[in-house]
Design a protein around this ligand. Sequence first.
Ligand SMILES: [Zn+2]
Length: 188
Amino acid sequence: MRKFYVIDSKAQKRTDGFMQYTDIFELSRARAEISGAFTGSDLPDLMSMLDEEIGKADVRWHAQGTAGRNDLPGADLELCARIQTRCVRCGEPVVIEIDKTVPFLFVKNEKEANDIPIEEDGDYEIVVGSRKFDLAAWIEEELILSLPVFAQHEDCQPDEERLHTKQTGKTQERDNPFACLAALKTKK
Ligand SMILES: [Zn+2]
């Protein structure tokens, strides 16, 4: 049975319930969990990389504190996102789905980060933590890193799609979008 800590009292919430900051070292130490959701308006840098007209983002996330790996505070960040932009090939909307868990280690400052030998990085991403850690910026950066260089449909056939535009729209909404979101929700 896993322990579940609520650290909401330490997290700072805006009046609309949006949680932007948390004490990431405390999250790690207590092996606490937090989760939340962001949309495009919370993630301006991400939005600037998407199509101006149709770009949008829907993100759910869950962070699990993992103290002590490599003797450093850490957290596993689980991301489930649907990001819409324009296909570079056919010009129709395309939805990029991101479903990943990334292990992080937190250091106190950049010097400490530089002191970690590369071979000890393993699969971890190392970021400078904070007692007032900006969750939106953290998640936004990871999403940006996850975007493909060119957003396009799998097997995009520009000519054929122009003939079957409607059908393409349907295909987009098909098989259980946000399956990973449902999984995240049931974790609570
Ligand atoms: Zn396309």
